[in-house]
Design a binder for this molecule. Structure first.
Ligand code: PHE
Length: 487
């Protein structure tokens, strides 16, 4: 059997895992959630989610991939044959996410290119919806493909292909740049942002705690869902990445480093975003709430608008969109790498051919999001996949390792190789606390789904959302199972 590829060093593995974790989720999702759900008080559920689910599951995924020396499917199959379906489900889910994630990157690329003229400055909202997305008036009118987004999508996929065609070897060369660069860019933006007039207003809104938010179930749901998305958990990514470590590499400390680094970057991104929005509110003499927007609106409307008001607007705009793109690229190729790793485990195909096939399929699957109804489709699919699939996969991972494999056995392995030892708290967390917390989160989510259609979308769209959860699940467990021996 050919020798497994290896990360050149421990640092490279940690870089790659941080690269996967830190992405679009940190820069627009986290700051927005924090503002919406209790300001500074949101840190409490977020940090609880980090320590109750985030870091324990990172330890689980790192430990599993490294122990079994396999991608997600075979790692779970080595625990028990029937669990290979869980690995497949995680990977299918990863594929769905990547297909729209790269579309958001395509918007960023379009924006970066038009940054030279700060073209949106007159009316950023119309610019985003009408010029860039050419959004139709409802999800019912799909319309046609939007050429600029489509071309940007091709460019991004080509870029991703070149990053991963040689697996960890080429990934290692790329991440030396794409992990530190956006962090440096973000620090530049941070310095710029906090020195703007009115920055304090925004920062105050971001940090002022509203403790009553902690009584709202929705806040807790949002915090847990965000931790999964942000740490790239339940996609099989961290399992695949860890499988390229030597069997005796550290697990526990790496998991803490990755979890904490991702959180620090999210919190810093919040400062950039809110200081800038505070500046804009002050310039326009309106309350901050008027300028805060959610999801794509934050990165593609509110923030560009603020940028256009700054001195050297074009320069800082290019910097911002370059930051977004370089942050996102390593998350994107970590997903492709997770899928490639499994195919590589299972077939004799050449790595670069697998990479090409996955990239082409990912591109084809993404075309639907480049249509006039693309944003709506993306919103629906994202809602169901991150809200339901990820949480259920997380629960199943806890059962697979905590109960079937044995939390104590996994902890013994982790402690044998790690710089510092994790205590029995981990067993209790993985067996009881994490799955119970996730089950509660899932119940809150399902209840909301059945009360009313998400965001008022028509029934057919909600059905499509559910199909994106259920079809991969069914296929995953229908794929023939093969017994795999642990390495
Ligand atoms: N973790 C990435 C982020 O925060 C997103 C991501 C999710 C990447 C899932 C890969 C898989 O943006």
């Amino acid at each position: 059997m050919a020798l497994r590829d290896r990360w050149p060093s421990r640092t490279m593995f940690v870089y790659a895992a941080i690269g996967s974790a830190v992405g679009l989720g940190n820069i627009w999702r986290y700051p927005y959630l924090a503002e919406k759900f209790g300001g500074g008080a949101f840190l409490i559920p977020y940090l609880i989610a980090l320590f109750v689910a985030g870091i324990p599951l990172l330890i689980l995924e790192f430990g599993l991939g490294q122990k079994m020396q396999k991608g997600a499917v075979d790692s779970f199959a080595a625990v028990k044959k029937r669990l290979s379906g869980l690995g497949w489900w995680a990977l299918f889910t990863a594929f769905i996410v990547i297909s729209y994630y790269v579309v958001v990157m395509a918007w960023s690329l379009v924006y970066m290119l038009v940054s030279f003229g700060v073209q949106w400055s007159d009316d950023p909202k119309t610019y985003f919806f009408s010029n860039v997305l050419q959004l139709s008036d409802s999800i019912n009118s799909i319309g046609s493909i939007v050429p600029a987004v489509f071309i940007a999508l091709i460019i991004n996929w080509a870029w991703i292909y070149f990053c991963i065609r040689k697996g960890v070897k080429s990934v290692s060369k790329v991440i030396v740049w794409t992990v530190p660069l956006p962090i440096i860019l973000m620090i530049v933006l941070l310095i710029r942002a906090v020195t703007l007039d009115g920055a304090g207003v925004g920062i105050a809104a971001y940090l002022t705690p509203n403790f009553s938010a902690l009584l709202d179930a929705e806040v807790w749901r949002a915090a847990f869902a965000q931790i999964f998305f942000s740490l790239s958990l339940a996609f099989g990514i961290m399992i695949a990445y860890a499988s390229f470590n030597k069997k005796d590499s550290d697990v526990a400390k790496n998991a803490f480093i990755v979890g904490i680094a991702d959180t620090i970057i999210a919190i810093l991104a919040g400062f950039v975003v809110f200081a800038t929005l505070g500046f804009m509110a002050t310039q326009q003499n309106v309350p901050l709430d008027d300028v805060v927007a959610s999801g794509p609106g934050l990165a593609f409307i509110a923030f560009p608008k603020a940028l256009s008001l700054m001195p050297f607007a074009a320069f800082f705009s290019i910097l911002f969109f370059l930051t977004l793109l370089t942050l996102a690229i390593d998350s994107a190729f970590s997903l492709v790498e997770a899928i490639d790793t499994t195919v590589l485990d299972k077939t004799k195909m050449k790595r670069k051919h697998i990479a090409l096939v996955v990239c082409v399929l990912g591109f084809l699957a993404g075309i639907i999001y480049t249509t006039n109804a693309g944003l709506y489709m993306l919103d629906v699919v994202d809602h169901f996949v991150t809200g339901v699939s990820l949480i259920v996969i997380g629960i199943l991972e806890c059962i697979a390792i905590g109960w079937i494999f044995g939390a104590d056995k996994m902890r013994a392995y982790v402690n044998k190789v790690s710089d510092f030892k994790i205590g029995p708290w981990w067993d209790i967390t993985i067996k009881y606390i994490t799955p119970i917390a996730l089950a509660v989160i899932l119940a809150i989510q399902l209840k909301a789904e059945f009360v009313e259609n998400y965001s008022g979308y028509p029934d057919w769209a909600i059905l499509v959302g559910w199909l994106f959860v259920l079809v991969p699940l069914v296929i995953a467990f229908l794929i023939p199972q093969r017994k795999v021996k642990a390495a």
